[in-house]
Design a protein. Structure first.
Length: 461
């Protein structure tokens, strides 16, 4: 694929090149490098249901939820939604419609070159991005036809789920393949296919009122979806301008949201699992940009500020995994502090931390059994009133492998996290509480454990 959507940036944070790993530090980059980005629900009116491919679970669909390969969505009779796909295309689903995302080009959890959507019934709209080359263009399957989008444009497909399909091309042109061969449908035309083995085919002008209504609804959300897809100066300005202000900090532009004084990033929303790690499903309207790109840091007098960056991730946080609680905090809180001392931090398993609460005052915690439900969040400074000390827990940036099978089971989650560094036994993991406390005088052995090799040659703080 030529590119997945967020590539050109307002500010690009320079990252050190990866170097040969030491025996007990197999990962040296500051952030895991993903080969794509996740599709997500960018607009939702009414109700819809998600049938998750990985877990088999059925749940209510929600805004900003990631869509994974194999997931199936059904909109209720008065529901509509739009998904910003990994390849920048926009897929909208009309009332009482059902689709399976069989292939998703540009998603981190697959190697699909092109996207394939199976429309079981109802109507979908597909707006194909202009950067896709011929081999990357998406297709839609119904019971009696396969529809290939042949260029950038706007396409709609309707199916009764039995033996009838209508393809309307609002812009661009499509190839419709049936048991009788293929037909080209151009902009302003609609094709009807009736039957399975020897279908009756009719080509006509005009798309009809239902197609126009879904196109009008999609048009009302197109600007915000396009802003999320264009993570550059224009995209940031469009998506964030109405929710906060830009300020200059340390000769860089940072964004300050208009929120209550005690607000903190990763506090309004919930966690879900993906093959690339735990993903933050934000309730904040700016969530698709600021929780999956860039970094947050806390500045006295300003509060939490967001700095744009090219690096995509399901989330940008440090994790604490303990016997009773799971905790997290924006990764920038540590990256910028230790970066100012002259070194960068690596990605992966760090060690143990716990004991006194002061280093964790700003962390957000929830009981392990509540993870993923979006409730039960408490700041460390509040938990200390109930618990004299924080039990020892694992500090990491890597939650790959944490999913529905283990994420609410502290023992099982701990084993998944420890398995990422088989060269060290559980008893050999270092105590990294001083790191969590943001101490400037970390020991040399702890620095070797936490710091990327390409920055260890700098002076120790």
């Amino acid at each position: 694929m030529r590119s997945t959507f967020p590539q050109v940036l307002l500010v690009v944070v320079a990252a050190g090149a990866a170097v040969a790993a030491q025996a007990q530090q197999p990962v040296q980059q500051e952030q895991a490098e993903l080969k794509g980005v996740y599709s997500f629900v960018g607009a939702l009116d009414g109700e819809a249901t998600l049938f998750a491919a990985r877990s088999g679970a059925q749940s209510e669909l929600e805004i900003h939820l990631p869509i994974l390969r194999g997931d199936r969505i059904w909109t209720r009779p008065y529901g509509r939604l739009a998904v910003l796909m990994s390849d920048r295309s926009i897929l909208a689903l009309d009332h009482d419609s059902e689709v399976t995302f069989t292939q998703i080009a540009g998603s981190p959890d697959a190697d699909d070159v092109d996207s394939l959507y199976v429309l079981h019934r109802g109507r979908l709209s597909l707006e194909v991005a202009d950067h896709l080359v011929d081999s990357e263009l998406p297709a839609v399957d119904t019971t009696n036809a396969r529809i290939y989008a042949k260029q950038q444009g706007r396409y709609q497909v309707e199916s009764d789920g039995d033996a009838w399909t209508e393809v309307a091309v609002l812009e661009g042109f499509a190839e419709v393949v049936t048991q009788r061969g293929s037909v080209i449908v151009r902009g302003g035309e609609a094709l009807r296919v009736q039957g399975l083995d020897d279908p009756w085919i009719e080509l006509q002008n005009g798309a009809g009122a239902a197609a126009a209504a879904l196109d009008e609804w999609t048009d009302g959300h197109r600007a915000s979806l396009a802003a999320y897809a264009a993570v550059d100066a224009n995209g940031y300005g469009s998506a964030l301008a109405s929710h906060g202000n830009w300020v200059e900090i340390e000769d860089r532009q940072a964004w300050k949201p208009e929120v209550e004084d005690d607000w903190q990033p990763y506090s309004r929303g919930r966690w879900t699992h993906t093959p690339a790690g735990l993903y933050w499903v934000a309730r904040d309207p700016w969530g698709p940009l600021t929780y999956h790109y860039g970094s947050w840091n806390l500045y006295p007098g300003h509060g939490w500020l967001w700095f744009p960056s090219a690096i995509y991730s399901p989330s940008h946080v440090y994790w604490y995994w303990g016997p009773s609680y799971v905790g997290w905090i924006p990764r920038g809180y540590y990256q910028r502090y230790y970066g100012g001392l002259g070194f960068g931090l690596r990605h992966g398993l760090y060690g143990w931390a716990g004991g006194f609460w002061d280093p964790f005052n700003t962390w957000i915690f929830c009981p392990s059994g509540y993870l993923g439900y979006g409730r039960g969040y408490t700041y460390g400074r509040s938990l200390r009133r109930r618990h004299p000390q924080l039990s020892r827990g694992i500090i990491t940036t890597d939650t790959n492998g944490i999913d529905y099978r283990n994420w609410r089971n502290p023992d099982a989650a701990r084993q998944v996290l420890l398995s990422k560094n088989p060269r060290l036994s559980e008893s050999e993991l270092p105590d990294v509480t001083d790191f969590v406390a943001r101490r400037a005088d970390l020991t040399e052995s702890l620095q070797r454990r936490l710091v990327r090799d390409d920055t260890q040659s700098r002076s120790s703080p």
